[in-house]
Design a protein around this ligand. Structure first.
Ligand SMILES: [Zn+2]
Length: 185
């Protein structure tokens, strides 16, 4: 199975959400979990490509982000599934894991359910369920089953500690979710 991983945001141009007190940036956590998840997926026999860029679908103005777009790279490969990795942020109180899909129903929902189940089991975050988010570019503009994983809330200190200290568990859970989906095929 060809798995496209997209750690959210851009280490150079878009940090994503930030936890000032703990010195955490969403782009770094997404990157580090992505690298670890790629290794687990490859060990499980998947082909993996990964791209972290603020150029999701041609909208970036940065000269050094023009050679590829996230959606284009996934569609041209073509990937069998697409997984975007993010950290949520709200009001410092909200916490938990949720996974966004273009629409409820179909393959993306199955994939999202498998990954959500594994993450909740692995790190014990609050289960916030699956969310329909048709406006998200990486869900709307990719041709394959696509999910956007909001691993936990970076602005909630208890969730942020999970994002900081349990990256290997998060990565393994994401990889297991993918292989669960593959074997349910
Ligand atoms: Zn994000």
């Amino acid at each position: 199975m060809r798995v496209f991983l997209n750690p959210g945001h851009d280490p150079e141009y878009d940090s994503g959400a930030v936890n000032q007190g703990m010195g955490l940036h969403e782009c770094d956590i997404a990157h580090d979990v992505g690298v670890l998840a790629a290794a687990y997926l490859e060990k499980a026999g998947c082909e993996v490509r990964m791209l972290q860029s603020d150029n999701l679908n041609g909208e970036s103005n940065y000269a050094d982000r023009q050679d590829a777009t996230v959606c284009g790279a996934a569609n041209d490969w073509p990937a069998d599934i697409f997984v975007s990795l993010h950290c949520n942020a709200a009001n410092a109180i909200a916490r938990g894991t949720e996974i966004c899909v273009y629409r409820i129903g179909g393959e993306a929902e199955k994939l999202a359910g498998c990954i959500l189940h594994q993450i909740i089991n692995a790190v014990g975050t609050k289960n916030r369920g699956l969310k329909e988010r048709p406006g998200l570019c990486v869900l709307r503009r990719t041709d394959m089953p696509s999910v956007l994983v909001e691993m936990a809330f970076i602005d909630n200190d208890s969730d942020a500690r999970i994002l900081r200290d349990r990256q290997d568990d998060l990565a393994r859970a994401i990889a297991r979710g993918v292989t669960d989906y593959e074997s349910e095929g």
